[in-house]
Every structure is written in C-alpha cells, then in structure tokens.
Ligand binder design. Sequence first.
Ligand SMILES: NC(=O)c1ccc[n+]([C@@H]2O[C@H](COP(=O)([O-])OP(=O)(O)OC[C@H]3O[C@@H](n4cnc5c(N)ncnc54)[C@H](O)[C@@H]3O)[C@@H](O)[C@H]2O)c1
Length: 325
Amino acid sequence: MVATPLRTALKPYKLPRFKLEGKTAIITGAGHGIGLSLTKLLLKRSVTVVLADTHLSTEARALLSTNPPVALYKQTDVSSPASLKALFEFHRKELGKEADIVVPNAGVYEPEWSNFWGEEREEGAESLQRDAGGQMVMGGGYYKSLRVNLGHPLFATRLAIEGFLRERKEGRVVCVSSIAAQIPNILTPLYCAAKAGINHFVRTLAPLDERLNFRITACAPGLVRTPLWTAPEHADKLAWIDQEKDTWIEPEEVAACIVELIEGNFYKGGSVVEVTKGQRREVQCYNDPGPQGKSISLSRGNDHVEELLKGLEAKLGRGYLEGFT
Ligand SMILES: NC(=O)c1ccc[n+]([C@@H]2O[C@H](COP(=O)([O-])OP(=O)(O)OC[C@H]3O[C@@H](n4cnc5c(N)ncnc54)[C@H](O)[C@@H]3O)[C@@H](O)[C@H]2O)c1
C-alpha cells in the first residue's frame, strides 16, 4: 500500500464526527512528550483532561496552574492495576462522570531496569508480590516494561469500555503503538513485542465500533523528538540515531493524529494509523508493506548489536563468542 499524505482523499467513514467540546479525557504519560502535546491540544478544544503520570514536567505543572479546573493531575503508576483503577475512580469523583476519551500513552523504551538483554535489577523479580492496592502482580523486575507498555493499555481500555457501558454513551480509546510493532529490532525485543501486541489488540476490538460506537484505535508513530530519546539518562539510545540521516517527527504532529483518531470519521474501530514526517498511513492487518516514508530508521542501531552480545557474554563468562563467525 502506498503511503498517503496528510488530509488524504480517504472517504469518510459513515459515522458522524465525535464532538470534542465539553468531553472529558484521561491521558496517561501526560507529563512529557506526546501525552503533554495531546493534553495541550485537547484543552484548546475545551476537553477537560486528567493527566496521569508518575511525575510532571515543569511545563505540565504550569498547565495545571493556568487551567484549573479543566486540567487535573492524578499521580499514577500505570504498571499497577490498582493505581490504574484509582485513576479512573479519581476521574469519576472529581468530574462526576465516566471518561469519554482514554489515551493510554505512557511508555518506556527498554529501560535498564527492564531490558531483555540486561540484568533483572529489582528485588523479588521472580516472585509474585502485592502492589499498593493489595493486588497480586509480577515481581518488580520481571519484564515490568511489558506491564507498562502492554498490560496498561489493555487494562485501561477495559476500564474505559466499562465506563462507556455504564453511561450508555459513545466513547473513544486511542492506544499508542509504534512503527516498532512492524520493524523488529534486536536492541529492543520487549518494546517491539509490546507494540506489536497493541496493534493486534485494538484490531480484536473492532466490532465494538459497529455495535456500540466504542471506537478503539491505535496511533503508530515513527521517530518522535521527545524525552524518551532526548532526556540525559537516555543518551545510550540517542547514539542509535544518525542526526544527519534520520528524521524526527515533532510530538505535536503525533498528537494531531491522535485527535483525528478521536474525533474524525476516516478511521474505523480497530484501525492502526502510522504517523511519520508529513504523512499518515493505515496499517493493514494482512499484506501490509511495513512502515513507509521518513522517520522510520535508526541508522546507527546496528553498530550496537556487537556491544549487546559482548555484554551478554560478559554475564556468562569469557570466550563464549569465540568460534562464531
Ligand atoms: N518518542 C518516540 O520516538 C516514540 C515512537 C513511537 C511510539 N512512542 C510511544 O509514545 C508514547 C509516549 O512516549 P513519548 O515519546 O512521549 O515519551 P516520554 O518519555 O516523553 O513520555 C512518556 C511518559 O510516560 C510516563 N511513564 C512512564 N512510565 C510510567 C508509569 N509506570 N506510570 C505512569 N507514567 C509513566 C513518563 O513519565 C513520561 O511522562 C509511548 O507509549 C512510546 O512508546 C514514542
């Protein structure tokens, strides 16, 4: 399939546009990057937003102080089901209704503390533990990033659907996937698996759109200039990018695509929409050609594969790589 430019000639889907003004939204990971850009766009459209994050940037904090009561903050750890439930409860209590829009956007990029190739660093990594709400969860380091990147969008979607049903109203969920769902990268196996999981997950829920007007979709961005790459603690990841060759998308462009998925009538429930520099493309379930256009490459990624193997060898003992050509 050929990539289509912004504002394509796609025929509008039969449903009317979703009116944003006066609606309420939960956005996870709203403290920085894409989530923060989306918050700003939705506030401009008179949507009341509950920002959920472990912590807020100064910019996000300023939004709260300049926008009461339409921007509220609930500190949330999305890896904990109890914390996610408390977030939805907070929305209900503060705003007196269920959320109309839910964007499970929070994510981490194969961090050191939950990295397929790294050490399991947290205590109790192999055992079940109780979280703050008394629920049994996998111990800290056992692929915790999968709980953030995959478990959380699944559970948040489930909570959103329950809310739409309770109030018998149309609703929108946009999960945040990535082109990494389609581009395997040995440096980030957990991240790629989580994002591929999101694509398939939203497709399974496609029938909810026709039946109930609950539209669950996903946005799959390319390389976006956010703290996920640019924060000083992620300098190792930034080294995978060739600043001359690789192309960034700005978070505002991704946020605009998410708004289109919420209010527009181009894309049905179950759609996965890729957003790269200057273009959007619907990712097909079958026979898709894979990511297209700019913002899809990490030109220096391959340079780091040997480093990764050496790290693994160092963990096991010396000499294991000898003899492999
Ligand atoms: N930046 C990119 O190149 C890119 C590309 C494709 C997809 N994405 C996806 O976009 C989404 C947003 O990422 P971003 O690029 O804006 O990065 P970011 O680091 O700027 O924002 C991610 C946010 O998630 C929050 N977060 C992380 N763990 C959390 C937890 N346990 N509980 C609550 N909040 C938590 C962080 O505090 C942060 O505010 C992620 O799902 C990411 O995978 C990013």
